[in-house]
Design a binder for this molecule. Sequence first.
Ligand SMILES: [Zn+2]
Length: 97
Amino acid sequence: MVRFECDTCGKLKDNGEPWILGFAAESVGVKSARREINIASGWDDAQAVDWLAVHFCSDDCRAEYTERLFSNRTIPIAGETASVKKSTAVRTRRKRA
Ligand SMILES: [Zn+2]
């Protein structure tokens, strides 16, 4: 039996719990890399075992994961050093309140 774990807090899913299922998508272009998550319309065990699938026990965990994903700019991405100006522009637009 497959047990699903929340990708944010590590909680284990119980049968029948209405968890949130998402799929990580990563597209690396010539000038930039982009990560995003597509949230599925509902939980599906068959889709949840997909290697790109991410699992959340609540919308809070979903939001936290997404926030972490988009705020983490410390991972070096191929090609990013060649577009420093563009990166700076993005960071300025996303400045913290
Ligand atoms: Zn969680």
